[in-house]
Each structure stands twice: as structure tokens, then as C-alpha cells.
Design a protein around this ligand. Structure first.
Ligand code: ATP
Ligand code: MG
Length: 277
């Protein structure tokens, strides 16, 4: 199989013209830098969670999964066979709470990605309603940049832009509602959509995983401060706490941090899916 793309976390192979194999590794990337220390089972945990979500969401939006089992045995459990899509060059982010780059932009401008928000919001405030806050899909080595809905319209046309926003918000609402029932708040999440050869818009990449979303435990939620994190944010916070400047080689994770991160990936999987890992 031809290796098309080797991301920081996943590898993408072409199997013939129609299918791709997405292979998730145990690596974790923060601020677009892959950490040197793998987290055991992470590739399998995220693959299983993503597959579960694609099924939960299938009535809202068609997804790219062809098979979770028809993959080379060496990658079993952490690879999926998907339909090859023509990806739409926008990272579709939905936010239900204000944090991360969102709160930074809000503090500066009172808006996020051109969406005006009421005054007085603080770190982790719930938004009056979920908002669509897209970014560019930067080439390898560069950072994604926040863009407005008009920028998306300029890139892909008004109809496609409108559908991207609609699907993104619908997936967020469904995901957040389901997760909330299981004690997890979805602060935000990122989707990627693409075109199938027959012209249908299809959900690709991964969906509502701990790498593409911020998950917070609902029982300790309190706006006005940083939340405990069940997702990759935990690793981000640890990495920055070591004094790392977010560029260049990232620090080695000590075993107790690896174990704590892994425990979060497992907890999210078990709570959301109701299955034992
Ligand atoms: P990173 O996520 O580490 O910032 P990345 O997005 O370049 O970098 P990966 O996420 O590891 O790397 O790679 C997955 C790639 O596969 C992405 O470019 C994504 O857009 C693409 N992709 C996902 N699903 C499909 C699909 N069904 N058809 C075509 N491309 C896809
Ligand atoms: Mg990616």
C-alpha cells in the first residue's frame, strides 16, 4: 500500500483508488509537536471511540468508514478502512463552552471567529448556544488559523459553507447531549468533512475523540477557572508546566504522566460507550 501521508499521530495509506487505511499510533501531539513518549493503547482507544461515534451519528451524517476489521493484521484494532474523500479544506470546530484559543480571542475582541458573544463571559463559560468556529487546515509544520464564516464562504462557496456549519453544529449537539448523560461535558470538538465521488458530503477523519475534543468531568464543572481535563488537554497542560516553550523537541513524559494520560483515555472510552476496555 502506498503511504500517502504521515501525520504526527496517524499514517494514511491508499488501498487502490477508492479506499484509505487510517492507522492511529500511540503518539500524542500537543501544539502541533509529537511528544517522544507513546501512550500504550492510545491508538486502539481512539480508533474504537471514533468508530462508536460514527455509528451514533450515522442518521445525522454519512461517514467514511468501510470496515474496522478488513485491515492488515499488524494494525488490527488501531486502523480503519475508509472511503477516500476529497477533503474540504476547513477544520470544522464547534464550541459549546469558552476556553483555549476561543477565550483568548473573546477577551481581545468580544467575538470568536466573527461570532459576537455577550459580555461578561469567563474561562469555561457555557455559551448561549453552540457556535461554529472554523480554522484553516494548515500544511504540515504550520499552525491552523481561526477564520470567520465569510472566509469559509470565500473558500468553498455559500452552500457548502452553510452545510459545513449545520452538520458541525448538529454533530456537536448530539455528541454533547449524549456525553452529558454520561457525566462528560464536550467543551469543543473538531470535524473534517469531504466529498464522496457521488457528491455526498461525508464525515471523515476521526470524530469526538479525546484528541479532537475537549472533555471535562461534569461533576466538577465550575466556570471561572481551568477545568479538570479528561482529554489531550491534560497532556498539553503537563507539557507547558515543564517550562517547554511549545516549539522544538517536546519533553519526555515520565511514567506516572503516561499512566495518568492513559487512564483518561480509558475513562472517556468506558464512560461514553458504556463498554469495558
Ligand atoms: P495532525 O492531525 O497531526 O495535526 P494531520 O491532520 O496532517 O496532522 P493526521 O490527522 O494524522 O495528520 O492525518 C489524517 C489525514 O487524513 C488528514 O489530513 C485528514 O484530512 C485525512 N483524511 C481523513 N479521512 C479521510 C478520508 N476519508 N479521505 C481522505 N483523507 C482523509
Ligand atoms: Mg489531523
Amino acid at each position: 500500500m502506498e503511504l500517502l501521508h504521515s501525520g504526527k499521530v496517524r499514517d494514511v495509506y491508499a488501498d487502490g483508488d477508492d479506499d484509505l487505511i487510517l492507522v492511529a499510533s500511540d503518539r500524542v501531539s500537543v501544539y502541533d509537536v509529537a511528544l517522544p513518549t507513546p501512550i500504550p493503547d492510545k491508538g486502539k482507544l481512539l480508533t474504537a471511540l471514533s468508530l462508536w461515534w460514527f455509528e451514533q451519528l450515522a442518521d445525522l451524517v454519512p461517514h467514511h468508514v468501510v470496515s474496522a476489521t478488513d485491515v492488515p493484521t499488524e494494525w488490527a484494532g488501531r486502523a480503519i478502512r475508509v472511503r477516500r474523500l476529497e477533503m474540504i479544506p476547513v477544520e470544522c470546530i464547534a464550541r459549546g463552552y469558552l476556553t483555549g484559543s476561543g477565550i483568548k480571542e473573546y477577551d481581545r475582541t468580544g467575538a470568536v471567529c466573527g461570532v459576537p458573544l455577550p459580555p461578561g463571559l469567563v474561562e469555561a463559560s457555557i455559551l448561549p448556544e453552540p457556535i461554529f468556529t472554523p480554522t484553516t487546515k494548515a500544511p504540515q509544520g504550520e499552525h491552523d488559523e481561526a477564520i470567520t464564516f465569510s472566509d469559509v464562504v470565500a473558500k468553498v462557496g455559500p452552500e457548502t459553507a452553510e452545510r459545513l456549519r449545520e452538520i458541525t453544529l448538529a454533530v456537536y449537539r448530539r455528541g454533547a447531549e449524549l456525553a452529558a448523560d454520561r457525566g462528560i461535558l464536550v467543551a469543543d470538538t473538531k470535524l473534517e468533512l469531504g466529498w464522496a465521488p457521488d457528491g455526498t458530503m461525508v464525515l471523515g477523519d476521526e470524530v469526538l475523540t479525546s484528541d479532537s475534543s475537549r472533555f471535562w468531568p461534569a461533576d466538577s464543572y465550575q466556570p471561572g477557572r481551568e477545568q479538570l481535563s479528561l482529554s489531550k488537554q491534560f497532556v498539553r497542560d503537563w507539557a507547558v508546566g515543564t517550562g517547554w516553550d511549545k516549539t522544538g523537541p517536546a519533553p519526555e513524559m515520565p511514567p506516572e504522566v503516561v499512566e495518568a494520560a492513559r487512564a483518561r483515555y480509558v475513562e472517556v472510552y468506558e464512560r461514553l460507550t458504556g463498554r469495558r476496555w
